[in-house]
Design a protein. Structure first.
Length: 95
């Protein structure tokens, strides 16, 4: 797992730890892609390219404090989809 070294706080929620899989880290390095922009979008409530039901589930989870948050971002020109997932226990105690 790689660790992204930037603060992740927004008006929507915050997270304790931000990590990425080795596969995403390798892919980002290979393509010179900065995934931190996608993580920031996720933490600002931009769910990217998920379906309407998944976006609504994310919004409801923010209100209830229960449920994982999922964003998906289709990367144009690279024919890839990057997922950003926040597990419920990492944002539940947000201020």
């Amino acid at each position: 797992m790689g660790v992204l070294a930037f603060p992740v706080r927004s008006e929507k929620f915050s997270a304790q730890n931000v990590v990425m899989t080795r596969g995403v880290a390798n892919w980002a390095t290979e393509h010179g892609f900065d995934v931190s922009s996608l993580v920031r979008r996720h933490y600002c409530g931009d769910w990217g390219d998920v379906c309407a039901d998944d976006a609504e589930n994310n919004n409801q989870a923010l209100v209830s404090g229960d449920g994982n948050l999922h964003s998906a971002f289709d990367i144009s020109g690279l024919n890839e989809r990057v997922w950003v997932i926040t597990e419920w226990h990492t944002y539940r105690d947000w201020e």
